[in-house]
Design a protein around this ligand. Structure first.
Ligand code: NAD
Ligand code: UDP
Length: 315
């Protein structure tokens, strides 16, 4: 049995990861400041003998004896990370310093949840890990993108300078049950709008693309990365290469919900990337043939069911 710290464990991805790690027989400490996460996401784990919840902010140091750390704490949706951009950068940068410092002291292995946003608005398509990206350092998205880029730098330097055992994954757009219904991300927005019969908001012309990964595939890739061979640090892309335009996504959601919602077009936010698609050949090679198993239709069905229940409960 390993003792594992999951920062951001009460969030969307973190809650699924805690669940998985407990199922594998580990002891899990979930650390969160509840900025975008909630106790509701981990309510079903509370009675588990080996689950512990800690209210803490990663911008302050934290001490605990653990074998592994998954560092997920950071708001992930543009609406949430732009709410207090200075805090977002602090969370990524100071959070990385504090968690790496902890890993160094207790000799824990630590995994960083980085993002496809490190590629910015990419000029190379699909994106391989060797691509350095095209990020605006002073735009609306910079607090998130640059914070995550700096965290990757810190991870590498702690490894080189202090021999900390690190792993870095770059996560591409991920969706599934327990996404925050008001977090403004496209999948949750479209589903909630469709279920309520509201207009579906397309930003720009809707021809921009994203590649959507179901959360179970991400969790599988994340755990495999933590357990990958010692010399493999990443960064490694974890995403689903199937690429869709926002118009295609809207149509899929309308078809699956049987909604009468109409499309409405809104301005495209600043620095909104035009296209995004992971090259996952490195993950396939290094993570024992890892590749996504859940395709969009099936993943959307599960997610629609989740939001449908949430709305019926009057959330
Ligand atoms: P989320 O917002 O649901 O989860 C983030 C969690 O971190 C929340 O529970 C929040 O309360 C917590 N948190 C935020 N700031 C904190 C702080 N200062 N101290 C302690 N806890 C804090 O988002 P998510 O989608 O679950 O994302 C999890 C991680 O994966 C994030 O690091 C995110 O950047 C990364 N990621 C997610 C996606 C995606 O599409 N979901 C894509 C790329 C990267
Ligand atoms: N988007 C949209 N309507 C919405 C929310 C988002 O058309 O109601 C678009 C957004 O402009 C972007 C894409 O969907 O092009 C994905 O947005 P999201 O915020 O989910 O993720 P990110 O931009 O960080 O990849």
């Amino acid at each position: 049995m390993k003792r594992i710290l999951v920062t951001g464990g009460a969030g969307f991805v973190g809650s699924h990861l805690c669940e998985r790690l407990l199922k594998e027989g580990n002891e899990v400490i979930c650390l969160d400041n509840y900025f975008t996460g909630s106790k509701r996401n981990i309510e079903h784990l509370m009675d588990h003998h080996y689950f512990e919840l800690v209210r803490h902010d990663v911008t302050s140091p934290y001490m605990i004896e653990v074998d592994e750390i998954y560092n997920l704490a950071c708001p992930a949706s543009p609406v949430h990370y732009q709410y207090n951009p200075i805090k977002t950068t602090k969370t990524s940068v100071m959070g990385a310093i504090n968690m790496l410092g902890l890993a160094k002291r207790v000799k824990a292995k630590i995994l960083q949840a980085s993002t496809s946003e490190v590629y910015g608005d990419p000029t190379v398509h699909p994106q391989k890990e060797s691509y350095w990206g095209n990020v605006n350092p002073i735009g609306l998205r910079s607090c998130y993108d640059e914070g995550k880029r700096c965290a990757e730098t810190l991870f590498m330097d702690y490894h080189i300078q202090n021999q900390v055992k690190i792993k870095i994954i770059r996560i591409f757009n991920t969706y599934g049950p327990r996404m925050h219904p008001q977090d403004g991300r496209v999948v949750s927005n479209f589903i909630v709008q469709a279920l309520k019969g509201d207009d579906i908001t397309i930003f720009g012309d809707g021809l921009q693309t994203r590649s959507f990964q179901y959360v179970d595939d991400l969790v599988e890739g994340t755990v495999r990365m933590m357990n990958s061979r010692e010399g493999f640090l990443g960064p490694v892309n974890i995403g689903n290469p199937n690429e869709f335009t926002m118009l295609q996504l809207a149509q899929e959601v309308i078809d699956l919900t049987g909604s009468k919602s109409k499309l409405t077009f809104k301005p495209l936010p600043q620095d909104d990337p035009m296209q995004r698609q992971p090259d996952i050949s490195l993950a396939y090679k290094e993570l024992n043939g890892w590749e996504p198993k859940v395709q969009l239709k099936e993943g959307l069905r599960h997610t629609i069911e989740y939001f449908d229940n949430l709305l019926k409960e009057g959330y």
